[in-house]
Design a protein around this ligand. Sequence first.
Ligand code: AMP
Length: 418
Amino acid sequence: MQTIRGFRDILPEKISLWQKVEKEATHLFKSFGFKEIRIPILEKTELFARSIGVVTDIVEKEMYTFEDRKGDKLTLRPEATASIVRSYIQHKMYAKDPIRKFYMIGPMFRRERPQKGRYRQFYQIDAEIFGVESAYVDSQLIFLLNELFKRLGLTGLSAHINSLGCPECRPSFQKALLDFIELKKDSLCENCLRRMDKNPLRILDCKIVDCKKALADAPATLDHLCHDCSSHFDTVKTTLEKQGLDFIVDKSLVRGLDYYTRTAWEIQTTALGAQSAVAGGGRYDGLVKELGGPQTPAIGFAIGFDRLVEIMEQIDNKKEARTIDLFIVSLGDLAMEKGYHWSLELNQAGIRTEMDFRGKSMKALMKRADKLKAQYVLIAREDELKKKTVVIRNMNTKEQVLLAIETLVPELIKIFNK
Ligand code: AMP
């Protein structure tokens, strides 16, 4: 007997990274005031059809739907937001306190074509905030995602952001889009043509290369934002800038679901081959009302847990190849003496530290560090030592930081014990 296609076991020898992520994520969520919520794996099909949208890839062809013995149509959850919104409404959480922050971690099910990084049962780490319209919450969630990835040691990620507008700006955008599509009709696939009447925005999400080409200059929601949506998006951008967070405004980012309004974003990576998203999120200010609750702004994101672990495995494999933790490059007599004592203290603390006592040049010593596959290099130069600092270089990321020599050893121990 074998697992079903697109489904897999996560074996004990692979579990440590999953647990590390869960621990970091839970810790971070708690410090931002999120509470855990656990929702059923099975829901009424109607919940997903009404929230995600009937004319979407997920609802049209990816859901695991079946009738139970009584003939009720049920679906294995393809995402978490719809269920969390249902729960918020069902338990009238808004009555006691409309402002709620939830997180959940668990499996989702989509019958997509299995390929690297894409499974039919996959895991998501999900966060949602209800009851806050402010753009600060948008940038706060993007900050939180970035912080989690930073703590997990991920690099080379890029944040793509866009604004999808609101029901007020949609009609003008839809008209412009339909006029454009009318001209490109001959180059579009059947699916796109079918979606023209039902949900033209979805056409922008088509993955077929010819459609993508034909739609390259399609009108963008960003050019049709109403005053409020425009100033909301400006606040998100300037806040992210002030947080020192790099981002790319991506007019073509529409995300696959119907319920999004205003800010939508994806964190993308090239670490898994082709460009792919490791997390995605957005605002959905209309969904609570749409599903029968009071008007409540809301926003959330989902991290692809499987992809996240795959990226971390790559980083871990690289680390494995590195045989020592730290190589000390000492230039000059004073540096040699200091370096010698630091290396002893670090060895004592269990950190694999090496240095070279032959008085070689910087270039030769860096070569030696490379040969020994050092994870970090400490560079001690006489002039910097006079300023009571040394440079620490991460050989994986090439990042360099200055550390004060007074607290050097405890700082290094902290870095290596992380
Ligand atoms: P979505 O709910 O489609 O925005 O997905 C959020 C994140 O979940 C994506 O950025 C992916 O990292 C991950 N994800 C979505 N579908 C799959 C899948 N079939 N297999 C693995 N990860 C997935």
